[in-house]
Write a protein that binds this ligand. Structure first.
Ligand SMILES: [Zn+2]
Length: 222
């Protein structure tokens, strides 16, 4: 999860739909804007080019029990169906970090060690941080249904693949610090818009001694 810049004002249809008895929060203007603001990337697992995007409510509206949450632009997020369904659990009802307001990289470390995704929190007393870490781990590892065995594993494989691309490029720049192509590729891999950016950026930050010249591309927003 990385920081996302949400655009304002809110899509126009939201206010109109909120006045209707059976209004919708997924009119084309909302979908277009979320897709663009979130760079067509699931804000939870960071998979790109979603085939099954969902409009996710950071705080659940519980079938309209909380109508004020249903049409609130700042409560709408772009996620994949898998992450939306994993998050649809009581334990996440009180919310996770709002990546449009807070930089998740500031409070979480995103690591992958062979088959394990490990998200650690910087402040263990902070429940929001703990819930966000738990959810992020779950979307790569939860296998409590046949479908989730497949969808969690697929994300883990894509994450490993993307990390391997980064490792290869880092090796190239290590062997040849002057390589312009490797430099450009790494900068692009470290952009917040890219797939699984939080993991790649965390890796480079944690290897600052080896890659001091790359630290400027993985800075955390203050
Ligand atoms: Zn996802």
């Amino acid at each position: 999860m990385v920081k996302v810049r949400r655009s304002f004002p809110a899509p126009e249809s939201l206010a109109e739909e909120a006045r209707k008895k059976t209004g919708r929060y997924d009119k084309p203007d909302v979908i277009e804007r979320l897709k663009k603001d979130f760079h067509n990337k699931c804000y939870i697992c960071e998979m790109k080019e979603l085939q099954d995007p969902n409009v996710e409510h950071l705080l659940p509206h519980k079938n309209g029990k909380y109508p004020e949450r249903k049409f609130d632009w700042e409560n709408l997020f772009w996620s994949c169906a898998h992450c939306n369904s994993v998050k649809n659990n009581e334990k996440y009802d009180t919310g996770i970090i709002d990546c449009c307001k807070q930089d998740p990289e500031k409070c979480l470390n995103f690591r992958i060690e062979s088959e394990d995704v490990e998200i650690s929190v910087k402040n263990f007393e902070d429940e929001l941080q703990r819930r966000t870490a738990s959810l992020t781990e779950e979307v790569f590892s939860l296998k409590n249904t046949g479908m989730r065995t497949y969808t969690s594993d697929m994300r883990l494989k894509l994450l490993q693949k993307e990390m391997n691309v980064l490792y290869r490029q880092l090796e190239k720049i290590h062997n040849n610090p002057e390589s312009k192509i490797a430099g450009r590729t790494i900068r692009s891999l470290l952009r917040r818009e890219s797939a699984f950016a939080a993991f790649k950026r965390c890796y480079v930050r944690e290897h600052a001694a080896e890659y001091p010249e790359l630290q400027q591309y993985v800075e955390i927003e203050s």
